[in-house]
Ligand binder design. Structure first.
Ligand code: FAD
Ligand code: DHB
Length: 413
């Protein structure tokens, strides 16, 4: 079946869903396709922390009803190391906060809104293909859940299909430069039916490895443990997880409450950046273009920041003004590299590398002491954690045209 749309969007994660909504606000139609089922997308446990500016973006886009009711505003985090647990006060240091609101809830809100607004959103598709990327009419092809093959002529395609998607590999070889770092550890994450044992997130450095206590609601906790990258989840029955968490968070006069483990998974950790984020009429956004280790809580925020830049850029492109589209990649990559550095810094400061010697441990502890004792160092962490730059992308009304094209602009060839 042959159809037409203005923007074809691949992937119904936070990036693709938010982009389709931001485009709709600008009167631009899109077709969004997703390989997984709606139920799968809404249940996939991932990130949980929204930067100050991400919350502002969702409010401006009229997507924050449930977020404002259920999101938990946090004014800081705890850093724990060497027997101390010290608070970094974001509110006092930057005047900003973060909001804990699970990615599952962001995705549910976005899907519900797109469907209520009559958006074209197809789940459980197969055999997605993109072609004609270096022309003015790229084509998106897929087979829907009923087995019908579709061919959608588009003005532009947004590759929001994550790290393992098909859009980035559709760019001819030699165009992209990539940077990648794999870390010698992974995160085991659990969702537990138990009230959080803390009022704010705890990032714990420990000689046995990193641990993170996050929250989901007054009755649900989210906790993570550093494990080996090749760790078998079967080797981690619930009792072992709780014992290890209690060990890494241990402090006198504090106990970690335990509950039923509702979800358990292991995630590899990597840094990855590919540049440029555009090839002809294909624009990459979110994990399709970059991955950060989760320690800085940046992945979800970066995905949404990208599409906040992309929506006005596509609006311009579709109306004959290429300037924001030409600047898209460079504008996003500036924020991406800042988050890549921050996430790498948090990760290497807090995790124990296999075979790390005492010198490395002492360097980490020195850095942690400096961060909690120096107001300037604490403010730097707080500024990055709450989101830098503060605003992801421009305001929702058409932004000021960029002055000249960025260095990564890719004219259609
Ligand atoms: P995704 O959310 O990955 O969405 C991409 C979508 O594209 C998916 O729904 C996928 O099914 C779909 N897709 C893929 N291929 C195709 C195709 N061929 N056709 C159609 N659709 C396709 N970040 C944090 O900050 N903290 C965390 O604790 C954290 N935990 C994570 C755990 C895991 C297991 C993973 C994978 C990521 C985690 N992240 C975390 C990162 C964060 O969740 C991501 O940065 C965020 O999901 C990026 O959003 P996105 O929309 O770019 O990509
Ligand atoms: C969560 C995940 C993170 O990676 C992080 O740094 C903080 C919180 C979470 O899932 O709640």
């Amino acid at each position: 079946m042959r159809t037409r749309t203005q923007v074809g969007i691949v992937g119904a994660g936070p990036a693709g869903l938010l982009l389709s909504h931001l485009l709709a606000l600008r009167g631009i139609d899109s077709v969004l396709i997703e390989i997984r089922s709606r139920e799968y997308c809404e249940a996939r446990q991932r990130a949980g922390v929204l930067e100050h500016g991400t919350v502002g973006l969702l409010r401006e886009a009229d997507l924050a009803d449930r977020l404002d009711r259920l999101g938990l505003e946090h004014g800081g985090i705890y850093l724990q190391f060497d027997g101390e647990r010290r608070h970094i006060d974001f509110r006092e240091l930057t005047g900003r906060t973060v909001t804990v609101y699970a990615q599952t809830e962001v995705v549910k809100d976005l899907i519900a809104r797109r469907l209520a607004d009559g958006g074209a959103l197809e789940f459980s598709v197969t055999d997605t293909e993109v072609s004609g990327l270096d022309t003015d009419q790229p084509v998106l092809r897929y087979t829907d859940a009923a087995g019908t093959r579709h061919e959608v002529a588009c003005d532009a395609i947004a590759g929001c299909d994550g790290y393992h998607g098909i859009c980035r590999p559709a760019i001819p070889s030699g165009v992209l430069t990539t940077w990648e770092r794999d870390y010698p550890y992974a995160w085991l994450g659990i969702l537990a039916d138990v009230a959080p044992s803390t009022d704010e997130l705890i990032y714990a450095h420990h000689r046995s490895g990193f641990a993170l206590h996050s929250v989901r609601s007054p009755a649900v906790s989210r906790l993570y443990l550093q494990v080996r990258p090749d760790e078998d989840i079967a080797a981690w029955p619930d009792e072992r997880i709780w014992a290890e968490l209690a060990h890494r968070f241990a402090l006198p006069d504090w106990t970690l409450d335990q509950g039923l483990v509702a979800d358990k998974s292991i995630t590899p950790i990597r840094s990855f950046v590919s540049s440029p984020m555009r090839y002809g009429r294909l624009f990459l956004a979110g994990d399709a273009a970059h991955i950060v280790p989760p320690t800085g809580a940046k992945g979800l925020n970066l995905a949404m920041a990208d599409v906040a830049v992309l929506a006005p850029a596509l609006d311009g492109l579709l109306h004959g003004d290429e300037r924001l589209a030409a600047a898209y990649s460079a504008t996003c990559l500036e924020r991406v590299w800042r988050a890549t550095h921050f996430s790498w810094w948090m990760t290497t400061m807090l995790h124990r590398a296999p075979g790390a010697d005492e010198m490395e441990t002492q360097l980490q502890l020195s850095q942690l002491r400096y961060v909690v004792r120096s107001r300037v160092a604490a403010a730097s962490l707080a500024e990055n954690y709450t989101g830098y730059p503060e605003r992801p992308g421009g305001r929702l009304e058409p932004a000021e045209p960029a002055r000249g094209a960025g260095p990564h602009a890719q004219p259609a060839t």
